[in-house]
Design a binder for this molecule. Structure first.
Ligand code: IVH
Length: 669
């Protein structure tokens, strides 16, 4: 770098500075000063100079284009945990929040609060060192997230460098990455065309876009950012949320729309009403308003309870509703044969999102609400759930509406249909029902299971219809040549799928068990089994009793597992998978055999903030033979109390439960 002419250096620096400024005008302020062509011209010039002189500044806009795909995301521990928010579902509950704050602070005076929209996106932490974006990580479980720096850099509103005169040594800035509603809908239309499943809501779309190992895909999604919080910080102090927000704005960070500083609860309610009223005109999805105590000293005094600060709350807007007509109801067959009625609706915009389908759950629900084909219905979309029918507008009936009865035969394979034990669900009993088989294969390949990228619903359907896979075992016998025969595959896509299949052969016992689609075995139960069985063979011919003996395993689950592992066909399938090269490791197995179980028979409840994440402490207790419970009762032997312990501590004292610290717990081990 030494032999770069001074004037070139200067020119590169000026170009970076100017381009970053224009990027900020365009993406943060939404008010550009120059034409796009002019920006592109300067950008190209910068790129040429950078390449010619090999002189690239860390905050150069050319660093936003994405990087070579990653194998996996590295884990990142947050220096300060990323908390969640308590909810208030009515204005009265917001007033109760204010009452609690005042009581805890022992004041009758009006408190200063900031009020802003709650974005339906993904929480992120941006770490800046000496003013340069050093790392971006997802919230994860609040304590540990994933390093998504290259992806975040592709978001144009994310400053690569902090502007202004007050640059802290190090700062963690928290905010929400989100996608605009229009962009969300365009993305879903494109996905449906490609045969990929649509995202259920903007939040999932943002999360799916950020969690891309190939950042060039993230770069194509138009993501935004709103910054609202501060984590660990060195070299600068802020007295209040508002002071911090003002600093953020000067440093060119995007902050929440309509954010306001007010005093007293009446003014808070006014702003909430304003946000709610403007909500449907926002380009983004807001599912509520966030209210925070402004003064940082007061925030500190109020502290946190478990994982939610006492100084903030989220007021949740009532769900969006819309009125539309049911054009058709179809019976859809899932992987275990369960038949679910799904309503196809006259498209309607609800809270900025186009809705054309709604689950009717089951026939009890249809009967209870008396839902018929042709009915006018009220449909509700609450934050992130799939829309559902709230009620039928019976006054609109013409007499032509038709009842939708449960099918006697499977609509897909024609096999008999049986009512489930519980009596609510109907199930196709056909073992070879193509809908079930395809869904089982899709489940086997899905992200949380064997994680075979590129083997989504549409490709499963294609491979199945061409007779290439009739069972998930067949996936491991697919050849590239087979794929090349198919309309949707070319050299590269075929190779990618073959590579993904190969990669999936190395998996964990928990994932493998989940992918088998054993009834009642979700991700959690699969993990629980993996913790208790060193290897797959340990489960062969297992009895129900042995599974029930595992804490938290229910009877139905145990029966289902035992039935699965005593079926000769299933055992044959497992052996075939192994012979085809599937290799299973089990990092989840906890060796308790031969070890002391010092907490055997004792029940613990955890409260307050401990030095280690709660789930980790709970695991430790279970690992040592104890039981971790969620609430204090007479049966509780010990309450492990951390900082800011609240009502559980009070209750434990009342009941005379022994109270110990985290350190004392460790000593017991
Ligand atoms: S403040 C303790 N402000 O809501 C402070 N969160 O339920 C916690 N969110 O994980 C965050 N908009 O993902 C805050 N204006 C906003 C927000 C917001 C969306 C999300 C965020 C957080 C979750 C908590």
């Amino acid at each position: 770098m030494g032999n770069i002419p001074g004037n070139i250096k200067h020119e590169v620096e000026k170009l970076v500075k100017d381009l970053n400024y224009h990027c900020y005008r365009y993406y943060v302020l939404d008010s550009p000063e120059i034409a796009d062509e002019e920006y592109d011209k300067q950008y190209r010039h910068l790129k040429e100079l950078e390449e010619k002189y090999n002189y690239v500044l860390p905050d150069s806009p050319t660093q936003r284009v994405g990087a070579p795909p990653l194998d996996k995301f590295e884990k990142v521990k947050h220096a300060e945990p990323m908390l969640s928010l308590d909810n208030a579902f009515s204005h009265d509950e917001v007033r109760e929040f204010d009452e609690r704050v005042k009581k805890l602070l022992k004041t009758g005076m009006g408190i200063e609060y900031t009020v802003e929209p709650k974005y339906d996106g993904l929480a992120m932490e941006l770490t800046y060192r000496k003013g340069i974006l050093y790392r971006a990580s997802t919230r994860g479980d609040g304590y540990e997230g994933e390093d998504v720096t290259v992806n975040i850099k592709t978001i144009k509103a994310v400053p690569l460098k902090i502007e202004g005169s007050e640059i802290p040594e190090e700062i963690d800035i928290r905010g929400e990455v989100y996608i605009d509603i229009r962009e969300f809908e365009a993305l879903n239309r494109a996905r449906e065309k490609e045969g990929e499943p649509a995202f259920a809501n903007p939040r999932n779309a943002a999360a799916g876009s950020i969690r891309q190992l190939d950042s060039s895909i993230t770069a194509k999604r138009k993501l935004h950012l709103a910054c609202y919080g501060i984590g660990a910080v060195k070299g600068i102090t802020f007295k209040s949320q508002w002071e911090f927000i003002t600093w953020l704005k000067n440093a060119r960070f995007p902050v929440p729309a309509l954010i306001k500083l007010v005093r007293g609860i009446d003014e808070v309610i006014d702003v909430i009403k304003e946000i709610e009223q403007k909500r449907s005109s926002f380009p983004f999805e807001a599912d509520g308003a966030v209210i925070k105590v402004n003064d940082f000293e007061l925030q500190k005094a109020l502290g946190i309870k478990t994982r939610e600060p006492r100084w903030a709350t989220a007021y949740k807007f009532p769900a969006h509703q819309g009125i539309t007509k049911i054009n058709e109801i179809i019976a859809s067959v899932g992987r275990t044969g369960t038949i679910t009625p799904v309503a196809f609706l006259e498209s309607v915009r609800i809270g900025g999102v186009t809705v054309s389908r709604s689950t009717l759950h089951n026939w009890d629900e249809i009967e209870r609400k008396d839902i018929r084909v042709g009915d006018t219905v009220v449909v509700e979309r609450a934050g992130d759930v799939i829309p559902h029918v709230v009620e039928v507008k019976k006054d609109n009936r013409t007499g032509k509406e038709k009842l939708f009865r449960p099918p006697h035969k499977c609509p897909v394979c024609g096999s008999a249909v049986e009512k489930d034990e519980g009596g609510v669900a109907f199930r196709c009993i056909g073992l070879n029902c193509s809908a079930q088989v395809q869904n089982r294969i899709g489940h086997f390949a899905s992200r949380a299971a064997m994680d075979i990228e590129g083997l989504g619903e549409k490709n499963v359907e294609l491979l199945y219809s061409k007779g290439l896979i009739k069972h998930f075992v067949d996936i491991y016998e697919l050849k590239k040549e087979d794929l090349l025969e198919l309309p949707r595959f070319a050299e590269k896509s075929a190779q990618n799928l073959i590579d993904a299949i190969e990669k999936s052969k190395h998996t964990t016992l928990a994932r493998f068990l989940y992918s088998l689609g054993i009834i009642h075995i979700g991700e959690y139960a699969a993990k629980l089994l993996a913790r208790n069985f060193e290897n797959l063979e340990g489960l062969y011919h297992i009895t129900t009793e042995k599974i029930i003996a595992i804490k938290q395993m229910g009877e139905k689950t145990a029966e289902s597992v035992s039935r699965f592992f005593n079926d000769p066909e299933n055992l044959k399938t497992l052996k075939t998978l192994k012979s085809l090269g599937v290799k299973i490791t089990n990092p989840d197995f906890i060796k308790t055999q031969g070890k002391e179980r010092p907490l055997e028979g004792l029940t613990f409840v955890i409260t307050g903030t401990l030095p280690r994440p709660r789930n980790e402490v709970e695991e430790l207790i279970e690992y040592s033979g104890g039981h971790a419970s969620g609430s204090v009762s007479k049966k509780t032997d010990y309450l492990v109390a951390g900082e800011e312990a609240g009502s559980k501590l009070k209750k434990a004292k009342e009941l005379g439960v022994k109270i110990i610290s985290y350190e004392e717990l460790i000593k017991m081990l």
